[in-house]
Design a protein around this ligand. Structure first.
Ligand SMILES: NC(=O)c1ccc[n+]([C@@H]2O[C@H](COP(=O)([O-])OP(=O)(O)OC[C@H]3O[C@@H](n4cnc5c(N)ncnc54)[C@H](O)[C@@H]3O)[C@@H](O)[C@H]2O)c1
Ligand SMILES: CC(C)[C@H](C(=O)O)[C@@H](O)C(=O)O
Ligand SMILES: [Mg+2]
Length: 366
């Protein structure tokens, strides 16, 4: 099956993890006779340098004409301090908005071999498997007015009922196919937007009688994620809270370099982006963890292309590689082997021929 994939590597470690991800994808599709056409576009700092804008028209056109988008990361100190329209991050926010990608799914799953190294191991032995559903095209990131007026500064937190309802319904639907629990996170003791958010969750809840609903205030939820992470199945929350809670939750897996994400709308088109950023402190060293990017591509196979067996094979390959002790230096595995980015990608690819579990998945479905 032919699929057109827009590839936006971006800045810093973005191109490093994207290169690895594409190699794994090519290894997977070879086995299934798919035909993926990868077309590269510029976004973020590299686009500012080349075209004078973080989101060139050509990149928007490429994304609009593609079946799915892979995004590495944008930003870095080189572009800090410029005017706000010339920030790499504007390119990322712009493409999310332009493509209407309102639902950002950020799964957090612990890996067995990483648990012994965690200070939270008592909780992680019960295997944490939660999903943060972050609203992605509204809230403080996009509200107007936003800007400065002399010594005053303003950002606006704005949502419509329709924007809240569509993300809340998406989260309920996801809870229905998981463990039937939804935690809505807000700041309803202070914010009017959160009060409306909570009302809407309660209004639509009767449409999903098989889902248990609870509300948590965001400050307490941040604490609960560390104290008792097994309590969560699906968490739904607004844009900024979701941004912060997902970086926090990444530590349950051992590294920010482990968290993938899918940015979705109502049809099959989606953008797949690791939760992490351009990691300027390690960029260019060849040591970035490519697994978040690789697992984001697995989400693309699942959500945009309906290729569940291929997605399973990619995810199992990643798990097995870690179980065998191979990892990048951001993770701590007892008696493990630290590898550079491209050597770890080689190990993941080897799983497709060498590992019984992955080979089994491939054989069963091929
Ligand atoms: N989606 C995105 O494009 C995105 C997301 C977050 C931040 N950013 C941008 O990235 C730049 C740097 O931001 P930051 O330093 O606050 O966050 P960051 O996520 O880039 O890095 C935070 C820390 O995590 C480490 N890290 C992140 N990803 C890693 C990986 N794959 N492997 C190993 N270690 C990894 C980094 O080395 C760093 O120590 C900023 O310009 C920011 O705006 C972009
Ligand atoms: C770079 C930034 C705009 C972005 C966000 O806040 O959405 C990032 O932190 C993320 O989590 O994807
Ligand atoms: Mg973030």
């Amino acid at each position: 099956m032919e699929k057109r994939i827009a590839v936006l590597p971006g800045d810093g470690i973005g191109p490093e993890v994207m290169a690895g991800c594409q190699r794994v994808l090519e290894a997977v599709v070879d086995r299934f006779n798919h035909h993926f056409v990868f077309t590269e576009g510029k976004i973020g700092g590299c686009a500012i340098d080349a075209e004078g804008t973080p989101l060139p028209d050509a990149t928007i056109k490429l994304c609009e004409e593609s079946d799915a988008i892979l995004l590495g990361a944008v930003g870095g100190p080189k572009w800090d301090g410029g005017p706000s329209q010339l920030r790499p991050e504007k390119g990322l926010l712009g493409i999310r908005k332009k493509m209407g990608l309102f639902a950002n799914l950020r799964p957090v799953t612990t890996v067995k071999s990483l648990i012994p190294a965690s200070p939270l191991k008592e909780h992680l032995v019960n295997h944490v498997d939660l999903l943060i559903v972050r609203e992605l095209t509204g809230g403080l990131y996009f509200g107007e007015p936003s800007g400065r007026d002399g010594d005053a500064v303003v950002d606006t937190l704005q949502y419509t009922k329709a924007e809240i309802e569509r993300i809340v319904r998406k989260a309920f639907e996801l809870a229905q196919v998981r463990r039937h629990k939804l935690t809505s996170v807000d700041k309803a003791n202070v914010l009017e937007s959160s009060k409306m958010w909570r009302e809407i969750v309660n209004q639509v809840a009767p449409d999903y009688p098989d889902v248990e609903v609870e509300h948590q205030l965001v400050d307490s939820a941040a604490m609960q994620l560390i104290r008792y992470p097994e309590q969560f199945d699906v968490i739904v929350t607004e844009n900024l809270f979701g941004d912060i809670l997902s970086d926090e939750a990444s530590m349950l897996t051992g590294s920010l370099g482990m968290l993938p994400s899918a940015s979705l709308r109502s049809d099959a088109v989606g953008m797949y982006e690791p939760v992490h950023g351009s990691a300027p402190d390690i960029a260019g060293k060849g040591i970035a963890n490519p697994l978040a990017m690789i697992m984001s591509a697995a989400m693309m196979l699942r959500y945009s292309f309906n290729m569940h067996k291929e997605a399973n094979a990619m995810e199992v390959a990643v798990q097995q590689t870690l179980e065998e002790g191979y990892h990048t230096s951001d993770l701590a595995i007892e008696k493990g082997t630290v590898l550079k980015t491209s050597a770890l990608v080689d190990k993941v690819i080897e799983q497709f021929s060498g590992n019984d579990t992955v080979a089994g998945i491939l054989e069963t479905y091929a």
